[in-house]
Design a protein. Sequence first.
Length: 98
Amino acid sequence: MYEERGSLEFGAHSGLAEQRYRYDFDATDQRAVVRFRDGRLFHHIDLSDGEAVVAHACGPDLYEGRIAAIAPMQWRCDWTVTGPRKQQEIRSLYTRQQ
């Protein structure tokens, strides 16, 4: 299970944000199926080369992502979202707490 919580400020909106995903890893721990909290498929991921390109259609909008393992305790995720409802780029850097 993976959980993120924080605050979101977007234009005039300010509030809490949270998301939860389930990562089902295979025996190599380099490939996984990523699911939303309700079990719906988000995307597949294969980090055997240290980087993965993923995509997810959210209604008419398309999320295209690049995920990279950049250090043993750190990974980066960049999303480009295009469609009639959304036009945005999301850049995140994750560091595991020790």
